[in-house]
Design a protein around this ligand. Sequence first.
Ligand code: FES
Length: 134
Amino acid sequence: MTLAPGPGIHILNDMIRDLWYAVLESVELRRGMLGVIRLGERLVFWRDSTGKVVCLYDRCAHRGASLAGGRLSGDVAACPFHGLEYDASGRCVRIPANGRDAPVPDAFRMRSYPTHEGRGPSALRPPQHDRQGQ
Ligand code: FES
């Protein structure tokens, strides 16, 4: 069966993206950041200082680099290219080239996704529709 583009296909895509998905097992996310591609979308995960799972669309607001190869400092993730730092909400909190206390424009943010970590093997499930920080 061939599916032609149209309203039905669009709805199907929306339905798929509106669901929660198991993306990682809890044990896979212990230290540092981990990049995952899900439904063609690059995601980056880490745990904040309380152990809560953070998930961002993995595309730096500066030039689109992946944060997955960057470093974590407390609850902040730094991009490996120019060091922009993002909090768990996806908001850029520091642009090193601008100085320590320089203001950061609101446009410098990455999409964040809610996460849920339950018991069992498939614990982390960011829904694709509930985006924040677009
Ligand atoms: S590409 Fe991320 S800081 Fe420049």
